[in-house]
Write a protein that binds this ligand. Structure first.
Ligand SMILES: [Zn+2]
Length: 401
């Protein structure tokens, strides 16, 4: 037991040191000790181990100026360790090899063929292609990212947007657990990965915040007192199925008037007739948030009234969300930033009319500023920060969320 605790402490300290070097490139051992409140001896020992294992490098060693040797200068080592991120979307596996220092160095796309499952297709991508890019022992783990509710309690995956016809009768979670025996595997939900990317790369300091993802569906991830609620499994919140109109259209979930049936991007085209016609969009098969924003910018009256109604519907849901968990920040991400400032302002104004005023007034609502593929880095970073262990070689680890 004592040894286990020591290993845990060592892992925590190494994570802390790596993260501090990552955020402060060029830092010296002395400043690292001050920053992390670890003893100089601990810092020195663990930094030496991180250098030896090629996680970091000391670019100051060997350099000298007229006075003598420069103080050491610690950096994370690029192109040294990786995480494989597999994104399953509509019978396609997108594979990425992502350096833990932050860059994607390889990516490919494979369609599921006849008889393929997401797992068999992922395995062939990993073993046939990815392993040609780097040594197997440089892969710290495999993340599988889906737009789905991964229910660890009932050992099942539920999704209204990801078709899972190719799994047959075999349980997906059980099969995934045994698919890549050489590596730890994490099964993650995409909105949670986006939210983690926001926290890390957009430098969010608020302990209570919500990230809303408007992509294929509508999802949310909540951080409560600094912790992601329900881990990265997507099984604690179904924000897209929050109903704002009990007489609204029937949703696949069985409810009426869910946000997904009203303001998801894929619903826009069918919803226009409710408000009139938008001549500039009438010939398009699909209508995107960006299309609607453009029409509203040029003062198309139908586009403006549709956008106003959508803002009102979202504001109602947000007002209730705020009453339940009181976040100080709400980030609207995925594709919805394309609706532009007109929509965001409308949501802010509408929020003043709903919800518990004292709480609502204290909330900042803004769009995400990260790229639309930020969930990939979010997945890599989440796996590395939360699940990777410097002091364990257990390749059979399997994490849901
Ligand atoms: Zn629903």
């Amino acid at each position: 037991m004592k040894l286990v605790n020591q290993q845990l402490i060592k892992n925590t300290n190494m994570k802390h040191l790596y993260a501090s070097i990552y955020s402060n490139p060029g830092i010296s051992r002395t400043n690292l000790a001050k920053l992390t409140h670890l003893s100089k001896t601990t810092v020195s020992t663990l930094v030496d181990e991180l250098i030896e294992r090629e996680f970091i490098l000391d670019s100051g060693t060997g350099e000298s100026d007229s006075i003598g040797r420069k103080p050491n200068c610690l950096q994370v080592r690029m192109n040294s360790y990786y995480t494989v991120v597999l994104n399953w979307v509509e019978n396609t596996v997108y594979t990425y090899l992502i350096d833990i220092a932050g860059t994607s160095i390889y990516e490919e796309e494979r369609q599921l063929g006849a008889g393929d499952t997401y797992i068999s297709c992922s395995a062939s991508s990993l073993y046939d292609s990815v392993l040609k890019q780097c040594n197997s022992n440089r892969i710290l783990g495999v993340c599988v990212v889906v737009s789905a509710m991964i229910d660890a309690l009932h050992n099942e995956v539920y999704s209204t947007t990801l078709s899972l016809p190719s799994m047959g009768k075999e349980n997906l979670i059980d099969a995934l657990q045994n698919a890549f025996p050489e590596y730890p595997v994490a099964f993650l939900e995409d909105t949670a990965c986006y939210a983690y990317a926001e926290k890390v790369y957009a430098g969010i300091t608020e302990k209570n915040f919500a990230f809303l993802n408007f992509s294929r569906g509508i999802g949310a991830t909540l951080f409560i007192e600094g912790k992601m609620l329900g881990k990265a499994s997507g099984s604690f919140t179904q924000f897209g199925h929050y109903s704002v109109d009990s007489n609204g259209p029937l949703c696949v979930c069985g409810n009426h008037g869910c946000l997904e049936t009203l303001i998801a991007e894929k619903r826009l085209k069918n919803r226009i007739p409710e408000f009139g016609t938008i001549p500039s969009l009438s010939n398009q098969d699909t209508v995107t948030f960006a299309d609607l924003c453009k029409a509203a910018t040029f003062r198309d009256p139908t586009a403006l009234s549709m956008m106003r109604q959508m803002a009102w519907e979202l504001a109602q849901a947000l007002g209730n969300l705020i009453c339940v968990v009181n976040p100080s920040l709400i980030i609207l991400g995925g594709k919805i930033p394309a609706l532009g400032e007109i929509f965001l302002e409308e949501v802010r104004e509408d929020l003043k009319k709903v919800g518990f005023r004292k709480m609502v007034d204290a909330v900042t609502i803004r769009y995400s500023t990260l790229q639309s593929d930020s969930f990939l880095n979010g997945a890599m970073k989440y796996f590395f920060d939360i699940h990777y262990c410097f002091t364990s070689e257990d390749s059979s680890s399997f994490f849901i969320g």
